[in-house]
Unconditional design. Structure first.
Lengths: 639, 685
């Protein structure tokens, strides 16, 4: 369950004449998660150390000048970048005291914002939609800037995201009530324009929030009617032509927040992680009117996870940097730490296998490699001792070196040879090393793959998932379901994420649905091992059950196929444990309804059967009357 | 006792016809039943409901209404004619055209002098009943719309007529309509749907009871023409009404297959203000109840499901007696099947045609309870359509299978059948003696050389069969002078004796060598239902409608010792309680002590050598005997060997090869061929 902790004040706010706006233009992360750069709406930029609630430095432009976008920190040059009066770029360092004496450059077109992400070069976004890298712009500040946007089209919001290695500038625009999303990729330059689906007429999004996960950019936006939508854009395959043609942007309703009477005026929904959204400016569903809250909602289950009343006026502004929310309210800018632990079926069942964090796993892996190395050294010395009287064959080390480069056939031959040596069978570390090398080579070289060798290695039962975390993924990537099956069967510690990936792959696999024999075997394996996605799991269980109850399931004879009772037990277990959660998950609604209808019909059937139970029993006792048909010749005997 | 091979035949597609109308003569206790195919049957309620007479129907001769006037029976139908039936010769006596279009109803006055018929053209026509015929007298005031039902007031002065949407009361003297009773259309049903008054009953106190197509039974005051009371009894039609003789009870039959009783009683105990109260509901049918009769002790109903149901009113009969049990008469009381014993052929009689089948053959032997593999399937050899409009009354096939004969009301047709390997030749014998003009019963001698035909005045015509010429040999006449028809004929296997039984309960035995009457068996009060002559002992065995069994020695002309013993001991109560008559008697030539007989629900072999059953020992003891060891078995067994493996038996014959032929017609097969009822109550709904 997500939680909001006790907050603290970072700084006071100087009220502007216009009471509807806070005086903060923006907050950007500085060198690390504990430093932020706060730009106010007029002239000054202040650097704070958050944990100390203390300003470290402050810079102001001359009277009469205004900072028109929030200052950013260029982590590459350790410089700050800001724009004053739309056209003047200012760059300074922490030691600079007077901003006026620092570097200035005037550009030919109005700038919307300078954006910077950690590790990336700052990017300048012009008000008419053009994008330049800061360096290239400064090399010729007066260079002509093209107009990307149409007339009457204006930028409403923008951000930067680094997806894999490419930097993206994302901004939304409004044109006569229509909203568009621009995805500007840099190096190489790509631009894609999407049209947002219209909400009720007259409603335009109040806030946007973008995040990157699973090779997709997720855009979350909030409308004044409380509807929160999510649109997902794949990063790959973006069109390169700078078309003005706008693709429709599919959206899905994530939540419909209670807005009370009327529409929201100033509100923000900010993505925290896959399942959590921080919302400010939306009334708390159970608190009275006139109170302002900061809330964390779970989008999966549509539950309010945490709420905190904020004293004073809320301006609908919210920033989040590393588990801290920055929120201006009343006359203060508060910092509120929060946590959003992952909610999972396994954790609820107490079956969480991924107890170790990734880091720990890595350490474990390294440790393992080190011991392996020692073992191998020992082995090789033994082997070299023995080598004199045995046939010339490669030592383990030599093999390890050999398989990094040798062709597939030779690798197979050598590894088989190595495995056939009796002492090798129980030398777990060397097997692990072998596998690691083979897997990493296979991953980097698409032409290299040794399925039989890998299968053989798995069957030594010396391996586990921790030794070679990429093993199963490799098998999946190569669609080697047999190997997957072996892994699921022999690896004692496959994490849920991987199991799920297997399950997904199996379900969405190529052969015809419902399932072919082969796939069904794989799915049964999954059922027997572990699970994560409740819904998918339930769906599969239901499918299995229907399959069983419909006809003779050909796999029932297999050794590793679940029994009908097992399936029912699982369904009951999962439903019992997660009923409340499932009830609130919109995606599970159909499934639950299905199950409910099914159970209802079964209950009715059973009760109807109950009514005629005695009749059925009478049938049992009844003598089977022969059907004599139209004609028969019978023998009777009279006594 | 022994094993028998039984040919179990179920391919006789006998389909009884629906009951259309009924009339009960309380004086003679005869019930006349008209069926949809025009046949009229007479049941004797004084003699165990025995179906003593059947007048076959004819094409286009549907009977809508029946009416007894004294001992005379009248019928009328949609062909527009009134028919009086000749109950001695079992044929229509004459028909008089009413000239009013189809006739829906016939009603006679209580004096027995007038017959009123309701016609399609809206007239009620009055016919005077004369000794030999009826004569049109006049029309009552003509109405718009057909006359569906009629009822005389017992005084004979008024007639109530059920029509469409109304009831009219006529003055029988003047012919004027005196009242018009408007019958309201069904509640909830479409207002435009007219109401048909299917039935009216005029009571002595001038109450008129009506049953209509809106499902109402209504009681009217005939003096004022006002409605007294309405009972909604069904969603569908009330098709028939009947009143008891004392007018204290009325029953209504509906198309919902139920019968509802109303009684004229006080609704509160001790008060005298009687009113018509709905009392009982009987459900004994599966389809529409078209015809109803209220006897003194029972409600008799019939309809689409073809069964005649006698439902005793338990307040009118003594409990746990023969009279108090419900009776359903589903099958005719005489055989429609004739078996050629020597040739192994079966002749099935339908109203429209005859079917001749050859039985199948099996190979090998089996033990009791086995079904033997059928080597050759039964085969239909001949499908013979009758000629003319009259339905077939009786038929026979000769034991050798070489002759086939059938009779209708209007004539007799004889055919020569030649079996030439696999080819069957059927030749009609063109020249028949003039004396062979009609027949109530037909049978062949066991050597197939003679044909016997029961004719008028209980006489029997003997015809010599010859492929070249069939000659009249003799006409055997009884001395009693009975005018009743012969319904049973049988010849002894040695060709010496011929026995005939008529519905006067007389059994005559003729000596065929001398061609004269040998003797007359003492008349028993109950009608014989089956007779047979033992081929070895020449004893005549008769079984009667009251289930009594007699054995009469033809040599001694007296009842045999066994028969006397049986009468002294009395038949077993279970035997007497059976409610279907014994339909056929045969003998086993290899064991003369065995009498083989059957009714609809059992096959019985009476072993005269065994002791008769005591009243307190079980009559049905085959299961018990089966479980006993051999020695014990003989001590426990008695003369009546009853086998109930065969149900709905229409015929049971012993072939010359000692195998039995059982022809069954399962009731379910009949029911499955009936049209769907209007509403069937499903279990648990």
């Amino acid at each position: 369950m997500a939680a909001l902790y006790e907050g603290y004040t970072l700084c006071g706010l100087v009220p502007t004449q216009d009471l509807s706006n806070s005086c903060i233009r923006g907050i950007e992360q500085e060198r690390d998660s504990d430093h932020v750069l706060v730009t106010d709406s007029t002239r000054s930029v202040t650097l704070y150390k958050v944990s100390d609630q203390k300003p470290l430095g402050s810079w102001t432009v001359k009277q009469g000048q205004t900072l028109t976008c929030s200052a950013v920190f260029n982590s590459q040059t350790k410089e700050y970048v800001a724009v004053s009066d739309n056209k003047m770029i200012r760059i300074w360092k922490e030691e600079d005291i007077l901003l006026d004496k620092a570097f200035k450059a005037t550009v030919s077109s109005d700038i919307w914002r300078v954006q910077s992400v950690n590790g990336g070069e700052p990017v300048v976004l012009f008000q008419r939609g053009a994008v330049r890298l800061l360096d290239s712009l400064l090399s010729a500040p007066q260079q002509p800037i093209e107009e990307v946007l149409a007339q009457e089209e204006a930028i409403r919001w923008s951000t930067n995201i680094v997806a894999e290695t490419q930097q993206f500038v994302i901004f939304t625009t409004e044109q006569k009530g229509d909203n568009f999303l621009y995805l500007q990729g840099l190096n190489p330059n790509t631009l894609q324009r999407y049209r947002l689906e219209g909400e009720e007429p007259g409603l335009i999004p109040l806030s946007f929030s973008a995040s990157y996960r699973d090779k997709h950019i997720c855009l979350l936006y909030l409308y004044p009617n409380g509807h929160v939508y999510q649109s997902v854009v794949p990063v790959r395959g973006l069109g390169t032509e700078e078309g003005t043609h706008a693709l429709p942007l599919p959206r899905s309703l994530q939540m419909a927040l209670p807005v009370g009477e009327g529409l929201l005026e100033a509100a923000t929904a900010l993505v925290l992680d896959e399942a959590h959204v921080a919302v400010v400016g939306v009334p708390h569903p159970s608190a009275g009117a006139g109170k302002d809250f900061l809330c964390i909602w779970n989008t999966n289950f549509q539950t309010l996870q945490a709420g905190k009343e904020m004293a004073g006026k809320i301006y609908g502004q919210l920033w989040c940097y590393s588990n801290k929310l920055f929120i201006p309210h009343g006359k203060t800018l508060s910092v509120i730490p929060f946590v959003c632990p992952k909610s999972s079926l396994a954790s609820a069942l107490g079956k969480l296998r991924q107890a170790k964090t990734e880091g720990e796993l890595k350490e474990f892996h390294i440790l393992l490699m080190m011991t392996t190395h020692v073992d191998l050294m020992l082995l090789s010395t033994q082997r070299s001792n023995r080598k004199t009287q045995s046939t010339p064959c490669l030592t383990t080390d030599q093999v390890l070196e050999f398989i990094k480069t040798a062709p597939v056939e030779d690798v197979q031959k050598e590894v088989e040879g190595l495995l056939s040596r009796s002492d090798m069978q129980d030398s777990q570390p060397s097997v692990g090393q072998l596998v690691s090398i083979l897997v990493s080579r296979s991953l980097s070289d698409p032409a290299f793959y040794t399925p039989s060798t890998l299968a053989q290695l798995v069957q030594t039962q010396c391996l586990c998932h921790s030794v070679c975390p990429d093993f199963v993924l490799l098998a999946l990537e190569r669609k080697d379901y047999f190997l997957c099956q072996l892994c699921l069967q022999f690896f004692p510690d496959i994490p849920e994420a991987v199991t799920c990936a297997c399950l997904k792959a199996f379900i969405s696999g190529g052969d015809n649905c419902p399932v072919g024999l082969h796939k069904a075997v794989l799915l049964c394996l999954i059922v027997l091992t572990s699970f994560s996605s409740i819904q998918l799991f339930l769906q599969y269980l239901q499918f299995l059950y229907l399959k069983y109850s419909q006809d003779a399931f050909p796999q029932t004879h297999g050794l590793r196929s679940p029994s009908l009772a097992q399936i029912m037990d699982w369904v009951c277990l999962v439903l019992d444990a997660h009923f409340t959660v499932l009830v609130m998950t919109p995606e599970a609604k159909g499934l639950l309804l299905n199950l409910h209808n099914y159970v209802k019909s079964q209950v009715r059937l059973v009760s109807e059967l109950g009514k005629i139970e005695s009749s059925l029993q009478a049938l049992h006792q009844m003598k089977v009357k022969k059907d004599v048909g139209q004609y028969s010749i019978e023998v009777i005997e009279l006594f | 006792m022994g094993e028998f091979t039984v040919h179990r035949v179920r391919f006789f597609d006998y389909m009884p016809s629906a009951i259309r109308a009924m009339a009960f003569n309380p004086r003679t206790e005869r019930l006349a039943v008209a069926r949809a195919d025009g046949a009229v049957e007479i049941f004797n309620f004084a003699d165990n409901y025995f179906q003593e007479k059947v007048i076959p129907g004819r094409d286009g001769g549907t009977v809508e209404a029946l009416c007894w006037v004294g001992p005379r029976l009248f019928g009328a139908g949609l062909n527009g004619a009134i028919t009086e039936y000749d109950l001695e010769n079992l044929r229509p006596r004459y028909s008089v055209e009413a000239y009013g279009g189809p006739i829906w109803t016939v009603s006679g006055d209580s004096a027995g002098t007038m017959l009123a018929v309701g016609c399609e053209d809206g007239t009620v026509k009055m016919f005077e009943i004369l000794d030999e015929t009826i004569r049109f007298q006049r029309n009552l005031e003509r109405q718009k719309g057909r006359i569906i039902s009629l009822s005389w007031h017992p005084s004979g002065a008024l007639i109530a007529a059920g029509m469409i949407d109304m009831i009219r009361i006529f003055d029988a003297e003047t012919g004027r309509a005196t009242h018009r009773l408007l019958v309201e259309r069904g509640a909830g049903a479409s207002k435009s749907r007219e109401v048909v008054v299917w039935s009216v009953v005029f009571l002595s106190d001038h109450t008129i009871v009506s049953g209509d197509s809106a499902g109402k039974v209504q009681f009217w005051d005939g003096h004022t023409g006002t409605l007294v009371r309405t009972h909604l009894v069904t969603k569908w039609d009330v098709l028939a009404l009947a009143v008891s003789q004392d007018e204290s009870s009325v029953v209504a039959g509906t198309s919902e297959s139920i019968v509802v009783q109303f009684q004229f009683i006080s609704s509160t105990v001790g008060r005298q203000d009687n009113e018509w109260v709905r009392t009982r509901t009987f459900k004994n049918h599966s389809h529409d109840v078209r015809a109803l009769v209220h006897t003194e002790t029972a409600v008799v109903s019939g309809g689409m499901d073809t069964q005649l149901v006698v439902r005793p009113l338990l307040d009118k009969v003594e409990k746990n007696t023969q009279e108090s049990s419900l009776r359903k008469i589903a099958f005719p009381h005489r055989s429609l099947v004739c078996c050629a014993k020597k040739a192994g052929l079966l002749l099935f009689q339908f109203p429209e045609h005859l079917e001749l089948w050859r039985l199948g053959e099996s190979e090998g032997h089996g033990r009791a309870g086995d079904s033997l593999p059928v080597k050759r399937k039964p085969e239909k050899l001949i499908h013979l359509k009758r000629k003319g409009d009259d339905h077939i009354r009786c038929s026979a096939v000769s034991p050798c299978g070489g002759w086939l004969v059938y009779a209708t009301v209007s004539g007799v047709r004889l055919y020569r059948i030649q079996h030439d390997n696999n080819n069957i030749g059927v030749t009609k014998v063109s020249k028949l003696p003039k004396s062979l003009c009609s027949a109530h019963q037909l049978c062949f001698s066991s050597d197939s050389s003679k044909l016997f035909a029961a004719s008028g005045l209980s006489s029997v015509v003997v015809v010599a069969l010859d492929p070249l010429e069939c000659k009249h040999l003799h006409t055997l006449r009884p001395k009693s002078g009975s005018r009743q028809p012969v319904h049973l004929l049988c010849v002894s296997d040695d060709g010496k004796w011929l026995a005939s039984a008529n519905t006067d309960c007389e059994v005559h035995v003729y000596n065929l060598k001398k061609m004269k009457l040998h003797c007359k068996v003492p008349v028993y009060s109950s009608c014989p239902t089956a007779i047979g002559i033992n081929p070895v002992t020449s004893n005549l065995v008769t079984v009667h409608a009251d289930q009594q069994v007699f054995e009469f020695s033809l040599q001694q002309k007296e009842y045999t010792e066994w028969s006397r013993r049986l009468q002294q001991r009395g038949l077993h109560p279970v035997w007497l309680q059976r409610d279907t008559p014994v339909a056929h008697i045969t003998f086993n030539p290899r064991n003369p002590a065995h009498i083989v007989l059957h009714d609809v629900f059992m096959l019985c072999i009476i072993d005269q050598s065994l002791p008769l059953p005591e009243a307190r020992t079980p009559l049905l003891n085959q299961m018990m005997l089966r479980s006993l060891p051999e020695a014990e078995r003989s001590r426990q067994s008695h003369a009546f060997k009853i086998c109930k493996s065969f149900q709905h038996l229409l015929s049971m014959t012993l072939l010359d090869d000692q195998s039995l032929v059982a022809v069954e017609r399962p009731l379910l097969d009949i029911v499955s061929q009936l049209p769907a009822p209007v509403r069937q109550k499903k279990f648990a709904t």
